[in-house]
Ligand binder design. Sequence first.
Ligand SMILES: [Cu+2]
Length: 333
Amino acid sequence: MGKTWAVFFAVNMIAMAALCFAAPAMGMWMPEGVSTHAHDVDFLFDVILWITAFFFFLTEAILVVFLWKYGCGCKEAPATGVPGFLKPIAPLIDTPHKVEMAWTIVPAAILLYIAFAQIGTWANVKYQSRRQQFLGEDKTPVTIEVSARQFEWRMRYPSAERFREWLKNPNDSEVKKDIDAFPRNPHADDVHVVNELHVFGEPVKGPDMDEWKGNPVLVYLSTRDVLHSFNLPQFRVKQDAVPGKTIPVWFVPTKPNTVKIESGSSTMWLDGRRDAKGEPDRMLIWDIACAELCGWGHWRMIGRVYVHRTQDDFLEWLEQAGKSEHGRTAMTR
Ligand SMILES: [Cu+2]
């Protein structure tokens, strides 16, 4: 019977390894990262994945070998010493004490490495003291209050007029104060939108080609009822919304996905597109997901991120959104 199980686990292990390599090609992997810190987050993800994969396959392989050799019950495992196939590392594991030391020290060293390796990335996206530095001292972030409720995301933007003033004087201390106080200080002309996060960037001339640079985004996250989690998978942003707290979240987009489409008298902004004529591209449709089971309608608590190609395009949208009835947009699908 032992040999059958050995074959079963060996086949299982090979199938797992094959799936690991095939998954990215089958679209079963993380989506493309479209924020400036995505690369660092992905690096940490990969490091942890490779470490766990290595130990998974190592322990699985040892299991298969032991089942094959001793699982049939026809051969006794040696009471002392190490089996023949482990001879090369025998001096390291020939007593229980040494084995225990190994399985204590090796995981401890790995955990310590991960704990230190992640500090820089975590600091950039979570430490309040790093916020200004990460977003750029002389930049005005798109400032939005996002308040979660069962089962939608409510966004509050400053009016286009107020935001224009902020953009003109990014270093003005009054402007900085106004941005800091934004979640506590609603204005009558604020723009309210549901389930749509609109941000922008600007094309810039790079050294050898045209580039596009995202404007920093500052989200003040809160919840009106239970715990939710604000998750933008493509931006590698995830933050719990905790009752009673307003938590700042920030990121910088690296790619636009929204174009303005005018037909007759109506103007629409559509995401998932590179140009006004093109067909929607699934890879450019970026969801806002709730990553905390928050009730029966959790599954439909979904929004979209619209990254406008230019500041002017964004301001035009903001102006229109401010004008539309009930302060909501009905311009997007
Ligand atoms: Cu939720």
